[in-house]
Structures are given as structure tokens and as C-alpha cells.
Design a protein around this ligand. Sequence first.
Ligand SMILES: *Cc1c(COP(=O)(O)O)cnc(C)c1O
Length: 548
Amino acid sequence: MVSEQKIADVSFESLLRIFTIPEGPDSTLTQIEEGLSKNLNQFLREHIVAEEKPLHEIEKDFSSAVIPEQPAFVSDHTEYLLDTLVSHSVHTSSPSFIGHMTSALPYFLMPLSKIMIALNQNLVKIETSKAFTPLERQVLGMLHKLIYGKTETFYNQWMHSANHSLGAFCSGGTIANITALWVARNNALKAQGQFLGVGKEGLFRAMKHYGYEGLAVLVSERGHYSLKKAADVLGIGQQGLVAVKTDSHNRICPDDLRAKFAQLKQDNIKPFAVIGVAGTTETGNVDPLREIAQICQQESCHFHVDAAWGGATLMSAKYRSLLDGIELADSVTIDAHKQLYIPMGAGMVLFKNPDAMKSIEHHAQYILRKGSKDLGSHTLEGSRSGMAMLVYAAMHIISRPGYELLINQSIEKARYFADLIKQQDDFELVSEPELCLLTYRYVPKYVRDALVCASHEQTTELHKLLNELTKVIQKKQRETGLSFVSRTQLNPIQWSIHDTIVFRVVLANPLTTKDVLSSVLEEQREIAKTAPNLMARLEQLSLDITQG
Ligand SMILES: *Cc1c(COP(=O)(O)O)cnc(C)c1O
């Protein structure tokens, strides 16, 4: 509530006060801080969507474009934020929030993140980061070793070398993928004779110099949408991103990859990178990395692995073989803000060769001088926070075996859930979990029976209605706010001709129990009953088919 008499004033003195460290345990700010922690804990404990309020109502609270002329007290504004913002936020760390890759966080990160905010280091240059720079280089080294397992001598030599970098820390998988392809593009179109390289002279002259008709990047049709953005900004166009066919498990078909290479050669188009996905966003499948690596070697082409989501599996001695061949990649993307349980804004790209990033090196006079250890000379982003500190802390506090337990339980829980779905006679597992992601849908028993003997037309009709039903259930479940699964559209081989809408589940939260999984299915079954029209049409059509 706004205090009646006291009105905050605009004066330079009061502005100076907001930059001063709060004094004593009972200072107003300390109290606000304590109250806030309590409130957040409460929120995190109780809600998925705290209060049911339609989005257009929420928008009303955020509708003014006027920058306030009147300052507010921190305490008042905090109240306001709790009412308008926090109470209508999504509780991504709830055990029944199993729809997205955004994960629950270990609680120790809340107090530790204060170090990052309070010190406000800028990792772009060592003058504003000092100890944070070696720390970030070490984090990159740790992830590099997790993937490539080089010797201690290797890391002693390269980890802190001013003129090299083992990778780049960035805001997420999108920037990591763009960085990897930027490096690959510039290495494929490097300086030669009179030509100064694509970085200096641009694409048009690079094409003329090398005599290519165009450039391409090859990726499975299940590739992440960030790659389209990458193709766009790197000047090869979205059409330069060539989709390679996938098999019934959503994995790249090596034969089609070879065929695509042959076709591009005929058209005089230069493919400068192939991307293997280790954990596709929609189905969680892993491409045959070793085989792709062999093809790339034959074709002298950069091999990038997009392991933004699945890369953390390497922490598990038991399951890291699921990513077999990743160590053959020239570069790898890993998001720490997915399965490494770090807050949003922590992506990384690692390069096997410490020289690889030279092709995108940038220098400036007042910072990023040659020979300095400034990380900014090898990053797309400029100013960056000390986020690496949280990855560093989590790796020490949780440790590799701790991460292994987390990864293992996720994978095993997904397998359990898949079995549970298969045991129901009114649910259909659509994609088996390879890591901890699976898709399925609700299909009443009579529809399943009907699908067995339906004609092509009848099948199409049933699938249309089932798609509607899946949508309705997913939406209602989200709105009810007890649990959350996401939905996506696939073309599963068993229903090859049909676009199939499915529920998508990502199991990463260690607090998600088997009971939670059972009740998610039970709730979906109940919600189906609240769509009587749709259910009646499905039942009628199914009866016509089985009896007709
Ligand atoms: C999440 C994801 C990305 C994009 O990462 P952001 O951190 O959202 O930018 C890219 N590729 C895959 C496979 C992903 O799962």
C-alpha cells in the first residue's frame, strides 16, 4: 500500500542514498530483503500459476508508456511487484511443471547470485573483471575437458593463454550456435593470397574469390529454430540451412547427409558446417554423432554438435555413451541453464582446437588489445555478467558425481513414465525417451481399436479430432495450474502421413515424484471428460468404423 503522507522526493541527496550500502540489520532495505525472501519462498512452495487471471487482465497492469515523474519508495514498489508481477509468474520449479527445459534451481544459488550482482563485473575485459576472467576461462576448460578429455598439459598450455580460447561463454544456446557457425564460416572463407578473408571483405567478395555459387549448413529436420536465425545473420539465408532427413527415431539419416553433400557439390554450393543434435528440442533424440563425424572428415567440413539441452548427460559415467562421438566434433554448444540447473543466461560453445576462434578475433584500441586476456575479443556479445561464477559454484557444490545422480534420475524417471504410459489402455506413447524427454497423447480405448481397422480417410478424421483433443487438454491443464506439460507437433512414423499433436514432457526436477506423474495422467483423463462434444464425435466415429 502507498503510504499516506510520506512521498518520495526527487533530490540528488536521496539519489546518493540509493548508492550507499544499507546500514545495520534493521535498515529498511534489510527488512525488505528478508520479507522478499520469505514471500518468494512462499510463492515457490505453493504455486504453478499463483492466481488465475487472464493475460489481457494482466496486461492492464503493464499498459502505461509513461516513465514516472514521481519516485516511489522501495518498500512500496516491492509490494507492487509482489502483487502485479510475482503473483502472476509461472512457477517453473514446481515438481509438476514438467513441460519445458527451464529447470528448478538449487536453492544455494539465490544467496550466491548476490555476489555476482553486487560485484557487477564485466567479463568483456580484464580491467573490469580481474579474477572473474580466469574463473570463466576455467569453467570453459572444465566443460572442454568434459567433452574432449584432453590431458592436463593441454589445459595448462591453453586454458589461460591470451591468444587462444577454448570457447565462449554467452547468454544461451542461440548465441552459442551462432558463434560456432560464425567461426566455421570464417574458417571456410579464410584469407588466401590477395583475399583478406570473409571477416574483412564480406560474403560477396568471398564468393567471387572462392568461386562458389552459395553457402550451406546441413542439419537434421529436427534442428532447433535458433539455427535459422544463425543462417540469417551469417548471410547464408534460411534457405542455406539444408534439412537432412531423419529416421523413425528423429535422428539424421547418414545416407541422406551424403546425398545432400553430393547435390550441393553439383550445384557448386559450399557446405561449411554440419550440425548434429544431441538432444533434439522436441523429442530429445541424439543424432549418430560418430557417423556424422566420419562424413565431415571425408568432406573436410566443420562438425558442430548442438548439445544445448543434452550436453549435461556427459556428467553421467553411466549414460555419457548416449552421446558417443561428441568428442569428434569441432565445436559443441551446451546450455548451463538447462540440465546444469543454472539460472537463465548461461550458454557456452566449446572448440576442440584452441586456435579455431582466431577467425573471429576482434581488437580495439581502448580494450581488447592484442595479447590481453580480455574474453571480449572472442565473443559475439560485448558487456557480459559474471554468470560463469554460478556454473563454477554449482560444479563445486554439486560435483560431477552429484550431477551424475541428477542426470541418471531424470533419464530413469523418463523411462518409468514411458512404461507407465504404455500400461494405460487410453494413452499412447509417441516418442520413446532417449534422454529425459518424451512425447505422448491421450487416445481413448475405442479410438485405438478403431484406428487398427480404419480406412485412410477415417484415420485422417480420427487424427484431426485427436489433435483437437490434445490441444484442449493441454490448454485446460495449463490454465488449471496444478501441473504443466507442453505440446508440439510431430510426424511420427507410425502415423507417417499425419501431423500429430502430442504432449511433451521434460523430466529434470528431482522433486518430481512417481505420484506426480500418475496424477498428471489422471488429470488429463478427467479433463478429456470436460470436452463432451469432442469425445462424443470420437466415440461415434469409432463405433461406425469398428461396426461398419
Ligand atoms: C534450448 C536449445 C537451443 C537454444 O538455446 P537458448 O538458450 O534458448 O538460446 C538450441 N538448441 C537446442 C537443441 C536447444 O535445446
